[in-house]
Design a protein around this ligand. Structure first.
Ligand SMILES: Cc1cc2nc3c(=O)[nH]c(=O)nc-3n(C[C@H](O)[C@H](O)[C@H](O)COP(=O)(O)OP(=O)(O)OC[C@H]3O[C@@H](n4cnc5c(N)ncnc54)[C@H](O)[C@@H]3O)c2cc1C
Length: 495
């Protein structure tokens, strides 16, 4: 059973604790990827008083607020008390200095927030990921991002959170609007408490121009970023060339009739050709075997509509129906200046795992040997065939403590997808484990907190210098660790 609104009882009025425990049976929950299934007692609080009451009543247990359960990692998993925050779906706007701020209830879906913003103001989100089904609190809690800007977390200007008062251990509401508390709360994996509302900076609506082009080398792809700063690109295994989605922003203006007609054609082509047909072919190739998957990767860029330019509202161009087919993803964040090295490693590892012969440069062989990863890689030869393109997005530095692009340098994120079913992903996880460790040790990679994270805090703390300070801040308003779970203990190192 999915996390369905119809089956989660509401917390109505002031139930006695005994009544409440009867009213909230344990429900089985499944995340989008189907890789996490667990049972928990679920509440759906209707207002802030309900949240405080639940926090006070369950202060010796574990509590996790969740959004759309669109994370693949264990971030939302909690076998004790779960809070469905979907009643917190308000959308208000107000000016602050020269910006328009959207105050969004923590459970508001990104799509609802955009619908209201677009209908009532001339503004939109400053960045846009591939889909808009997530809740705002869930999205910022794992630093959800697009390409050509920092993550959404960076644009959070204020946040209201229910957590504990360390003096009397009672629940209370904190408001963070500046300083290190705000920087911590912008991306906190649920450990700073229950997010009640988020103040998000918006930007005037804009258009995005997009042209798909094939490129033979990384240098060619990167050269065009200056002109096309919102671009993302796919890297095709076994062909080892690129399909760049060259994108740039334009000031909002009415579209011409020709642009509208062409836009509708593009949208239909993307939906039928990419979102549906391509994914049917990926699943079909998986059923047929490794050669079919490799063949499809050779064919795929030829199916793309290249060389034609489309222009339309940012949200229409930047999103896709990527949630039609269940899948799982690891997203690795590579410091911009080390992208070359990471791409070489990716190509080599993918080929060896697929059992193919490939040449590798001396320095990379040496680096793998130094890290004691070379022999292990050879032992995986022929055990896993990557069956989907790698996707790269450009993420600017962001001002938070734990976001994947926190700090002063930009990152390229690389998405590693699998379309194997949840019961058939062991070989994919072994591929991610080796690749993740190699990229972490050799190019200082980080990992998207909402996706498959193959490393623990002992390794990750090396690339997150503010992790110890983050833990101190989380402990200050949650001394009993109510807002922690196995996943955050593992990746953030809470004791
Ligand atoms: C098809 C698909 C496409 C995606 N595309 C992108 C993309 O383009 N870019 C990208 O960066 N990511 C992407 N993601 C990942 C996704 O954005 C993140 O995993 C996000 O965290 C999911 O949001 P959610 O509302 O489902 O939160 P959940 O998965 O339910 O929860 C995520 C975390 O947020 C916490 N949380 C949720 N609500 C609250 C609250 N009210 N208070 C405190 N903590 C809370 C949870 O405890 C948990 O730790 C995609 C995922 C899928 C399935």
């Amino acid at each position: 059973m999915r996390f369905s609104k119809t089956v989660i009882p509401k917390l109505i009025g002031r139930l006695l604790p005994e009544e409440r425990s009867r009213a909230h049976p344990r429900l089985e929950l499944t995340n989008f990827g189907g890789n996490e299934v667990w049972k928990a007692r679920c509440y759906r609080p209707e207002n802030e008083e309900d949240v405080l009451e639940i926090l006070n009543f369950h202060k010796k247990e574990r509590i996790r607020p969740v959004g759309a359960l669109h994370s693949w990692s264990g971030a939302p998993v909690c076998r004790s008390i779960m809070l469905d925050m979907s009643c917190f779906d308000s959308v208000e706007t107000f000016p602050r200095e020269d910006k328009l701020i959207a105050r969004l209830g923590g459970g508001t879906s990104l799509q609802r927030a955009l619908d209201v913003l677009h209908a009532t103001t001339g503004h939109t989100f400053p960045v846009q990921g591939a889909i808009s089904k997530q809740s705002i609190a869930g999205a910022i809690s794992t630093a959800t991002h697009g390409s050509g800007g920092p993550s959404l977390s960076h644009f959070v200007k204020g946040i209201r959170v229910a957590a504990y008062d360390p003096r009397n251990k009672r629940a209370k509401i904190y408001k963070y609007e500046c300083g290190e508390e705000l920087r911590a709360a912008r991306c906190a994996l649920g450990t700073l408490g229950v997010i009640l509302s988020v103040d998000l900076e918006t930007v005037p609506k804009y258009l995005v121009e997009e042209t798909l082009v094939t490129r033979g080398s990384l240098a060619e792809v990167l050269r065009e970023y200056e002109r096309m700063p919102l671009s993302q690109f796919a890297y095709f295994p076994y062909r080892w060339d690129f399909l760049a989605y060259q994108r740039r922003a334009h000031i909002q203006r009415p579209l011409t009739s020709g642009e509208k007609i062409f836009g509708a054609f593009f949208a239909a082509n993307n939906f039928l050709g990419t979102d549906i047909l391509f994914h049917v072919l990926v699943k079909g190739a998986l059923a047929l075997g490794n050669s079919a998957s490799r063949g499809l990767m050779h064919l795929a860029p030829k199916l793309a509509l290249t060389g034609k330019t489309n222009i339309g509202p940012s949200h229409d161009i930047l999103t896709m129906a990527h949630d039609l087919f269940q899948h799982e993803e690891m997203e690795v964040f590579i410091p911009e200046r080390k992208l070359d090295q990471a791409i070489e490693l990716l190509r080599y590892a993918t080929s060896v795992f697929a059992g193919l012969d490939v040449e590798m440069t001396g320095p990379l062989v040496q680096a793998l040997k130094n890290q004691e990863l070379y022999d292990e890689l050879q032992s995986h030869r022929g055990t896993y065939t990557q069956h989907y393109p790698f996707f790269f997005r450009y993420v600017h530095p962001e001002d938070d403590m734990l976001g994947m692009a926190s700090g002063s340098q930009a990152y390229f994120s690389c998405s590693v997808f699998t379309y194997f079913g949840p019961d058939n992903r062991d070989r994919y996880y072994r591929f991610c484990s080796w690749l993740g460790r190699a990229l972490h040790r050799i190019v200082d990679a980080r990992f998207h907190w909402g996706k498959h994270v193959p490393l623990g805090h002992q390794e990750l703390s090396r690339v997150y210098p503010e992790m110890p300070r983050f833990r101190e801040l989380a402990q200050a308003t949650d001394p009993n660790g109510v807002f922690r779970n196995d996943f955050v203990n593992e990746v953030l190192g809470f004791q």
